[in-house]
Write a protein that binds this ligand. Structure first.
Ligand code: HEM
Length: 121
């Protein structure tokens, strides 16, 4: 299972880097055209985190599993709350919420991977 978890966390890391770059372009108001790609990749991250959460439950890491499920849901919720995109400058509360949820989701995904790897050493 550790091998599968490793593949999942590598997908999360790779897709997250691209999503953060696209998200930064969106927030800068420079590239509305990448919105679809950002949302598509975002849902992919949410889905893979959900798969990691299931692995956490199988490994009896219940708290991490619950956190994984909750944040896999909060990620698209905070993302979609930003639509319609604001046209003015500055950063609003919905954006800050999305960034915080993004960072916590990535942290939880890393924690689940670490816990599974440790349990199989
Ligand atoms: C289903 C999941 C997601 C949806 C629906 C979504 C949606 C959005 C939307 C609509 C924006 C534009 C905000 C604006 O122009 O002001 C945005 C911004 C952003 N997103 Fe996402 N996103 C998702 C997942 C992710 C993921 C997985 C990451 C990174 C790993 C990410 C990182 C960012 C960043 C850094 C920004 C710019 C800051 C901000 O405006 O909050 N998003 N997202």
């Amino acid at each position: 299972m550790a091998k599968f978890a490793k593949i999942l966390i590598m997908i999360v890391r790779l897709v997250a880097v691209v999503s953060i770059i696209l998200g930064a372009l969106l927030a800068a108001g420079k590239a509305q055209a990448v919105l679809g790609a950002h949302i598509g990749l975002g849902f992919m991250v949410a889905l893979v985190v959900l798969m990691l959460a299931i692995l956490a439950f199988v490994k009896k890491k219940t708290v991490l599993g619950i956190l994984g499920v909750v944040f896999a849901i909060l990620l698209p919720v905070t993302g979609l709350r930003q639509i319609p995109l604001q046209t003015g400058g500055g950063i609003d509360i919905e954006q800050v919420a999305h960034i915080i949820v993004v960072l916590l989701t990535l942290g939880i995904a890393e924690s689940i991977h670490a816990a599974i790897r440790k349990s199989e050493l």
